[in-house]
Design a protein around this ligand. Sequence first.
Ligand SMILES: [Zn+2]
Ligand SMILES: [Zn+2]
Ligand SMILES: [Zn+2]
Ligand SMILES: [Zn+2]
Length: 376
Amino acid sequence: MLLVLLLLSGLSGAADDQGCRRCEHRGVVPCTNHDKNLTAAESEVLFCSRAAACEACGGALLVDCARCEGGPENAAVEQRRASIRDWLASTPIEARLGRPLPRIETEHFRLVVETGDVREGRKKVDQHSLIHAIAGDVEAVARGLDEHFVVVDGDYFTKMQMWIWGEPESHKEVMLELIGSGSSGDFKMLGRAPKFSVWTEPNLFDRVDTIRALFAHNAAHMLLSNLERELWFGDLGGGWLDAGVGHYYEYELFGRSTQFCIEEATLSETYADGVWRAAIRKRLDKEDRPQLPPLLDRNTGAMKQSDQALCWSFYEWLVLHHAAKLRPMLDDLKQKMAARDVLKTHLGLSVLEIDAAWRAWVAASYPLKGDKLRGR
Ligand SMILES: [Zn+2]
Ligand SMILES: [Zn+2]
Ligand SMILES: [Zn+2]
Ligand SMILES: [Zn+2]
């Protein structure tokens, strides 16, 4: 009796709804032309040019069910295909370079990753996997900033554009055409319409880990410079916050920070190999004089690596103890209020008192060995 009832209900379901059992009454089924390892990653981005090139689904990742006349989801999927076609067609950068580019658009970023295969230890990672890894990283950075600076819709003026090229010629071309600079190294424009370009320069940015760290690091600088007001304050009294933010989200993602935006670049060494808590603890244990006052006067690009590490630590302290003050402090810095006044106003302490509070926390929370933060 039970069996018969079940069969009957199954039959009547099929007759009432559109679609069929094969498509679970949706009218559409997953497209099988895509890398299964990237299924989740594809659905986390708004658009991917590689997915969009699929002739079967047009990037919607769903195709019409072949077993039935269709169901409730066909119209929405057709709409999605149309919006993907529009996205694929509007490409100022492709028009400039005269060729289709591997691109992804996310909530905060427009990315181009035209690297070919890239080394990761002994294996190679293809550029489609790499662009999705980068998309995941930079959006994680954006989520961090969104949380700490209480970002709401409209606080950013535009999407950040970030590109990496497999050839120095492509980098040079976009630098001249789109950024207006003759620089051959990695380069970014901050504040208004932030853009970043780099190529897979040997020994610098030719490995998956360094490329991902580079993108995460610079994504944070770009977002900060475009938030609230289109202004980079790294050389207007906000270098300490700019440097802190640049390193903090990279460190949160990868457990270290190896990227530095310093004019006098020292390629040969990385401060404490990018793992900082023990090094900072030992340094501050030894040095009595206040660290914060000179840091507040320094521009991002004029700092030493060890200065930037201190800015990272100070920002970590702010995030953990004064997160609610970050946005008001950012807003005042963007109005070009002096850093001392900003800190004093929002933390209610003098710069020397703030220096002492931060350092007391470092002494209590950073280890002398390893990198574990006490209480976390
Ligand atoms: Zn069906
Ligand atoms: Zn994709
Ligand atoms: Zn497909
Ligand atoms: Zn930086």
